[in-house]
Every structure is written in C-alpha cells, then in structure tokens.
Design a binder for this molecule. Structure first.
Ligand SMILES: C[S@@+](CC[C@H](N)C(=O)[O-])C[C@H]1O[C@@H](n2cnc3c(N)ncnc32)[C@H](O)[C@@H]1O
Length: 304
C-alpha cells in the first residue's frame, strides 16, 4: 500500500466532494466558462462537486463582496435524481432531467430570466456495453439540450459529458445546430482509459424562428443514432467528402497529475500516512438498503 490515486486524495485535501471538480476547473482553465456568469443550471449534480465549484467561483466571492446586494447574488440551480447535502448558494431540485416536470421546475426558478451557463455531468448506470452506454448517455444529453433551449440565453454556454463512440459525429452535428463553436474536450483529470469527454458548446444561437417544441424534429433531420432507423449517421453527409472533423482538445495542466497513474503517498513527520474521510458521504446512497440488511443480519455497524 505505497501509493494511491492522487486526484482522489487531492480532491479530499481541497474539500471537494468528488474528484470530478477538477474536470470542471480544467475546462474553465481552457475555455474561461465562468466569465460574466450570474445564473447557472447544474444538471445531474450529485454528490455536488461541480456545484461546489460553481459556489466557490461565483456565489462565495459575490457574497463576500460588501458592494453586493442580495438581488445581485448569482443564481445556481442544481438537479439530480439523488438528494444532495446543502451547498452555500445552491438551490437544489430533486428530479429526473428527462421528465418535462423537472424542466418546468428549473425554468420556474429563473422566473422569466435566462441562464448564462448550463452544465451537465450526467451519467447513467454504466453497463460496460459501450454502444448501449453511449446511446443512453446521448439521451441524457438530449434531455439536457431540451432544458438548454428553454433556459439558456442567446450567447450562453453549455457543457455536457459525452461518451465517445460511433455516434459522436452525429451528436457534434446536432449540437452545431445551436452553437457555432463546439469542442470536445478531455480534461487531464478524466482518465485516458475512459470513453468520457466533454462537449464545450459556446455562443448559443438557435436557428431563426426556432420553437423548443420542434427540437426533436430538428435533430432528426440531422440523423438518428446508428441502427435505429431513418438516416444512418454513418452515411450521408457525415461521411465521404462532407465528413465533419470534430475539434478535440486535451485540457488542463498537461504536466500535472495523471488520473490513470498512481503516485507515492505523502508521508507525515512520523513516516505514516493519514487517510482522509470522505468530504461528504452520500446522504441517500442506492446501496443504503443493502447496508441496512447487512447490519440486521450480522449486527455489525454499517461501516464494517
Ligand atoms: C457522475 S455523477 C455527477 C457528479 C457531479 N457532477 C459532481 O461533481 O459531484 C452523475 C449523476 O447523474 C445523475 N443522473 C443520471 N441520470 C439522471 C437523470 N435522468 N436525471 C437526473 N440526474 C441523473 C446521477 O444520479 C448521478 O448523481
């Protein structure tokens, strides 16, 4: 036991609930996504490390500024299927982002105003079947895009986790309908071995006369995921002479820690290593029932 995953330990040292925080911070280093942002939606936010980043970068500095009035404070709305422990300045909504009712609740919080930024780190329970995982992930992104078309201001930004696969070009073309600049970014803190990347979509510009009710109709014109009928995205204008080339960028300090490698543990003066507790244990983990059943059958405390 001479080493550990550096990014996880570092996340705990810095008080982040999950090491995902570094991914958003590294995307910001490259794309300056928080510039001028006052209103944000954090989709699929639990356990909350991205919301913590939003709170620390936007809410806390405004709160500490003696010139800020309550009405000037940034608005951060976070949504997840799971409940989250509170975070300073973050309004939480528990719900499913694929459900229209959840989108309505989010829109209500903006009270007619628009968001400057929508972020989505949503991930379904991964099956390991890449095509299936990529498909379910793309459905989550489309649900996020639906919310974007209702709440994002023209010129705003949208950051979404994607799984790279055979329909990546299709997703890129669909996002390009709404954003003139779309880059797929791989932060250094995202493992090389994972198919995860992030779509960084800038300068929201929906097509002229666009009605959010027509979103799916419009997206279908671009194509459908491979094998589900209509236009196969491997044909037509996504291939051949018109093939699109997706801007793909590695971001974050490339000389920094690599989340795929292990590093020696930092030792204390007595030569030992003090392991850190989780910053915020999940408040309603999906495995809670299993733990309770184990406790009932063995009489052991939940953490043994
Ligand atoms: C990788 S975690 C997000 C981590 C978070 N960004 C952070 O930094 O702490 C993915 C989250 O997506 C949520 N999720 C998956 N499908 C969802 C859905 N349909 N609606 C809302 N949340 C969903 C899960 O509950 C999970 O908390």
């Amino acid at each position: 036991m001479g080493s550990f995953r550096r990014t996880r330990g570092k996340a705990k040292e810095e008080g982040w609930r999950a090491r995902s925080a570094f991914k958003l911070l590294q995307i910001d280093e490259e794309f300056d996504i928080f510039q001028g942002v006052k209103r944000v939606v954090d989709l699929c936010a639990a356990p909350g490390s991205w919301s913590q980043v939003l709170s620390r970068k936007l809410y806390v500095p405004a709160k500490l500024n003696p010139k800020s009035r309550d009405g000037d404070l940034p608005l951060i709305v976070a949504i997840d299927l799971q409940p989250m422990a509170p975070i300073d300045g973050v309004i939480q909504v528990q719900g499913d982002i694929t459900n229209a009712r959840t989108a309505e609740v989010v829109i209500k919080h903006f009270d007619g105003c628009k968001a400057d930024l929508v972020v989505c780190d949503g991930a379904p329970d991964v099956t390991g079947l890449h095509d299936m995982d990529e498909f379910v992930q793309s459905q989550l992104i489309l649900a996020a895009l639906t919310i974007v078309t209702h709440v994002l201001r023209v010129g705003g930004k949208f950051i979404a986790k994607i799984f790279r696969g055979k329909d990546t070009s299709l997703l890129y073309c669909q996002l390009k309908l709404f954003f003139p600049r779309v880059t797929f970014a791989k932060p250094k803190s995202s493992r090389n071995s994972s198919i995860e990347a992030f779509a960084v979509c800038e300068d929201y510009s929906p097509p002229e006369g666009f009605n959010p009710k027509d979103l799916y109709h419009l997206l279908e014109k671009v194509g459908s995921p491979s094998g589900t009928g209509n236009l196969d995205c491997s044909s037509a204008w996504l291939e051949g002479p018109n093939k699109v080339y997706i801007p793909f960028l590695a971001c974050g300090d490339l000389s920094g820690y690599d989340s795929d490698r292990s590093y020696p543990l930092p030792k204390q003066a007595n030569g030992s290593y003090r392991s850190l507790d989780p910053v915020q244990p999940p408040i309603a983990p999906p495995y809670k029932t299993a733990l309770e059943m184990k406790k009932a059958s063995t009489g052991l405390p939940l953490d043994q």
